[in-house]
Design a binder for this molecule. Structure first.
Ligand SMILES: Nc1ncnc2c1ncn2[C@@H]1O[C@H](COP(=O)(O)OP(=O)(O)OP(=O)(O)O)[C@@H](O)[C@H]1O
Ligand SMILES: [Mg+2]
Length: 335
């Protein structure tokens, strides 16, 4: 059986002399999967979605949706797909419900069926009260829900969502995530682009990390993070900006002692408390990375700190994130 999406050696060059926006991308998306394309601004995510959704032609390469070539058979492809573009494109001359009905009519959905689906989708997206509203009166979050409802009116088999949660407040974001999970349960294949690694991690069955038009890695979020060396990071915050004078040993000695502990892969001292969510100047911390069970290591870490005159006041453990994967692949932060 064919994949939901097949991208083979896709290249898209907007100008003959400009670098390729998509530079030899290949991946497949399974039927019923939520697939995340994760990459920074300008990575080529929207361009890839543009080609897959027949909005633009590729320079070279092939794209198939359920075995249908999107370049050779765009009309057939459009029946199979729906897209929620990065910039909302509702018809401002129509109200919410009419936007849904017109879209379905364009796709050849019969009258009774259109009316039934519009009512169901307005309800699903929490828009029943806005059904008769002009779209220009909607908030950004409401407009985006209308775009999703409209996209679903012709019962597509694959839905492309281009940065769907950009600009949404936390509540709308959560609502959107619930709807995406629901679509997956109904068997709709979802391809979503994002530069938000938490979103990619929590929603996607598999994630493709793209940068500069190339695919750098593709796997389940768990496999991507587990492949990183170092495993879990334990961060111990210690009081003050200096250790108690009389018993203080230099931070280097503490780092050396932590490094000696069985199971520790690496240890470091961080005087500035980077990325712990603590107010600046509240103290400093020591960080230890381990591939072993972090819980078994905690007592040793704490005792080592206390033995060396440092007073632990906070403790956290973190598994590597997709952000760490991206940094290890590119040497840069995702955003
Ligand atoms: N219509 C266009 N004409 C010329 N260049 C373009 C066009 N659209 C995109 N590009 C360029 O192609 C590259 C990839 O852009 P694209 O919009 O696909 O990235 P993206 O991953 O979607 O980024 P973002 O996260 O900012 O939406 C960028 O360098 C961009 O400047
Ligand atoms: Mg984009």
């Amino acid at each position: 059986m064919s994949h939901a999406v097949t991208v083979s050696d896709l290249v898209k060059r907007y100008h003959p002399h400009a670098p390729a926006a998509v530079d030899g991308l290949s991946f497949t998306v399974e039927r019923g999967e939520v697939f995340g394309l994760l990459g920074p601004n300008g990575a080529g995510k929207s361009t890839t979605v543009g080609v897959l959704t027949t909005r633009m032609l590729p320079t070279s390469g092939r794209c198939l949706l359920f075995g249908t070539d999107v370049v050779a058979r765009p009309a057939r492809a459009k029946q199979l797909l729906a897209v929620v573009p990065q910039r909302q494109n509702l018809d401002r001359s129509l109200d919410v419900r009419q936007n849904l009905l017109f879209h379905a009519r364009y796709h050849g959905v019969g009258r009774d069926e259109r009316v039934r689906r519009a009512a169901e989708l307005l309800d699903l997206m929490g828009l029943t009260d806005q059904a008769g509203q002009r779209v220009e009166r909607l908030s950004g979050g409401q407009a985006q829900r209308v775009v999703i409802a409209r996209a679903l009116m012709h019962a597509p088999k694959v839905l492309f969502l281009d940065e769907p949660s950009t600009g949404l407040d936390p509540q709308s974001r959560l609502f959107l995530h619930e709807r995406i999970r629901e679509l997956r349960e109904r068997g709709v294949t979802v391809v979503l682009t994002t530069h938000d690694m938490e979103e990619a991690e929590s929603l996607s069955d598999r994630v493709g990390i793209v940068d500069r038009g190339r695919l750098l890695a593709l796997d389940t979020p768990r496999a991507l993070t587990e492949a990183l060396p170092g495993g879990t990071t334990i961060t111990a915050q210690v009081r003050g900006t200096d250790l108690p004078a009389e018993r203080a040993e230099s931070a280097e000695k503490i780092v050396a002692a932590l490094t000696q502990l069985p199971g520790v892969g690496a240890a470091e001292h961080d005087p500035a408390l980077r990325g712990t969510g603590t107010a600046a100047g509240a103290g400093q911390c020591f960080r230890v990375r381990t591939d072993k069970d972090p819980a078994a290591l905690l007592p040793d870490v704490l005792r080592t700190l206390v033995d060396h005159g440092a007073e632990p006041v906070g403790l956290s453990m973190a598994r590597p994130s997709l952000q760490d994967v991206f940094i290890s692949l590119t040497g840069r932060e995702l955003r």
